[in-house]
Design a protein around this ligand. Structure first.
Ligand code: ACM
Ligand code: ZN
Length: 532
């Protein structure tokens, strides 16, 4: 059994073992020198010595340029004598290094003098091009160090998209030079709700805030790029926009004076006015700055859960509906989306929105939808038939804020696009969002994500035929040593698949309270076990 997550496209065991010691040498064709250096650094980190790079192809470890390898693919030929890596560039070679990291067991607590791996022949490439994780930093703000550690872990599993939910009702988390009040006012709130809905609301009245400067964003984008990770920012609009409205009340329909939300669910009716040119001007200015910071060819504008009550009452919105001959407020959101989509298109960017953007028919053709709602959403099915592309984040499989008792490891692992009436052709790939209303710190963040992102990575990367849940769990169990070593607070095995709540329970408040209880209980057990 190959101890590797995600499983590669193809592999074949060979006889014997390959050994690295302090006298091992490495050769790299110049196209792959950076990836070879990443390998040398990993060896140094675990063994304490630097294996030397040489100019001779007689070296035992070789990184060889091979233009037939797909961009994200690679080949490893490992015998008792030789370890050869073939790739057509940094991306594939980097993924080969990530595989070698696991195959040589480089994340171990002791300092080994030699590293060994089984001789093997691997041909690898991903199933899906979009292998994502989303982090909500509005509800809780984690900061650059936590984000970088998450990016490190994503790279380990060949996940390549970090979707960054930077704004919501509870806070605006990115500096915009032209609109300084977004962070002066919009990044701060007076307190935080600390227990899940349904209990009496408990508010911790400690001022809470934080945001990324543009310098920090540039640094994180570069950090991600070195790990083959594209960062796609999300500025949620027209709803989930209360932090912006708190900073600039004229952005809303009634010009309301509000504060960023303290209780989750507050400001649910606040919405950007889609009838005023000043709203569009404001958004374009924000996009101008952010498109410079984030080179990704995608931009996420949210678009989810837009309650249109205010639009119904607003003279400006109603006037736009009449003038543009729009059918209703749904069509007004379509008009809003298309305006932004065209603005982004001129900058070479594709708009992404949550699947609620699909309520209108005339949505720009290239726009991508992220599918999270009900089992067989009729708008999703309609647009899929019309060749639209999707990112799949169905909550039943991929909402990692949910308790394991609801989104079991098995649920994530077993996902196939056909199960939700999509096909492989119209799926760019899959993504696991982490909403953070109830995720106040990194320990909880890791608990919700690990090991569900390991399952996600195998869904996203490995061929369907190779996947096997029992085998995955065996490999995962071995991997826990590495997670311990990396100080990742993963969820314990006894809850991975323990069904505690009815699968069809859709009361999210109830379900998320259970996530909190599940976490507290697991941590109590862990503390007790440690003390014994
Ligand atoms: C969402 O969960 N509102 C996209
Ligand atoms: Zn309006």
């Amino acid at each position: 059994m190959l101890n590797l997550i995600p499983l590669p496209y193809k592999s074949e065991d060979k006889y014997g073992e390959f050994i690295i010691n302090s006298s091992t040498s490495v050769y790299a064709d110049h196209e792959l020198a950076k990836a070879a250096e990443a390998f040398v650094s990993l060896v140094e980190k675990v063994c304490g010595y630097r294996i030397h790079t040489v100019l001779s192809k007689k070296a035992a470890v070789k990184f060889l340029y091979d233009r037939v390898q797909p961009e994200e693919g690679y080949r490893i030929e490992c015998t008792t004598e030789q370890l050869n890596v073939y790739a057509s560039g940094y991306t594939g070679a980097f993924y080969a290094v990530m595989s070698l990291r696991q195959l040589f067991c480089m994340d171990v607590p002791e300092k080994p003098t030699v590293l060994t791996m089984h001789a093997v022949s691997i041909t690898d490439k991903p199933r899906f091009g979009w292998r994502g994780v989303m982090l909500d930093e509005s509800r809780h703000f984690f900061g650059a160090e936590v984000v970088k550690r998450l990016l490190d872990a994503m790279a380990m599993y060949k996940l390549n998209v970090f979707h960054w939910h930077l704004t919501d009702n509870e806070g605006w988390r990115v500096e915009i030079k032209k609109s300084p009040r977004l962070t002066q006012v919009g990044a701060q709130r007076r307190g935080t709700q600390t227990l899940a809905w349904g209990k009496p609301n408990i508010i911790n009245w400690v001022p809470y805030g934080g945001f990324y400067t543009q310098e920090q964003i540039k640094d994180i984008v570069a950090y991600a790029k070195a790990r083959n990770i594209m960062i796609v920012p999300e500025i949620d609009m027209p709803a989930h926009f209360a932090a912006a409205v708190a900073a600039y009340p004229h952005l809303s329909c009634g010009g309301k004076q509000i504060e960023p939300s303290v209780r989750h669910g507050d400001n649910a009716d606040i919405i950007a006015c889609a009838g005023k040119e000043t709203t569009y001007k404001f958004i374009y200015d924000v996009l101008d700055e952010l498109c410079e910071l984030f080179p990704a060819p995608y931009f996420h504008i949210g678009g989810d859960e837009a309650n249109k009550k205010e639009w119904k009452k607003c003279p400006d919105c109603q006037k736009t509906i009449t003038e543009k001959e729009l059918k209703d407020e749904e069509a007004l959101q379509g008009y809003f989306n298309n305006k932004i989509a065209l603005y982004l298109k001129r900058k070479g960017k594709t708009l992404i929105g949550w699947n609620e953007i699909l309520t209108t028919d005339n949505l720009e053709r290239g726009v991508v939808a992220q599918y999270w709602t009900s089992y067989r959403d009729k708008n999703v099915i309609r647009h899929a038939a019309d060749a639209r592309k999707f990112i799949i984040s169905k909550h039943q499989y991929f909402y990692f804020d949910m308790p394991y008792a609801k989104v079991r490891l098995w649920d994530t692992y077993s996902f196939e696009p056909e199960d939700i009436a999509l096909s492989e052709e119209n799926s760019l790939g899959v993504e696991g969002p982490l909403w953070t209303e109830w995720v106040p710190d990194e320990a909880r963040l890791q608990f919700q994500l690990f090991p569900r992102i390991e399952a996600l990575s195998e869904v996203a990367w490995s061929p369907k035929e190779a996947r096997d849940y029992d085998g995955f769990r065996k490999r995962l169990r071995k991997r826990l040593v590495a997670l311990d070593r990396l100080k990742i607070n993963y969820a314990p095995e006894n809850i991975w698949d323990k069904r505690g709540l009815a699968a069809n329970k859709i009361n999210h408040a109830f379900v998320r309270r259970n996530a909190h209880i599940e976490y507290e209980r697991a941590m109590r057990h862990r503390r007790r076990a440690k003390n014994q």
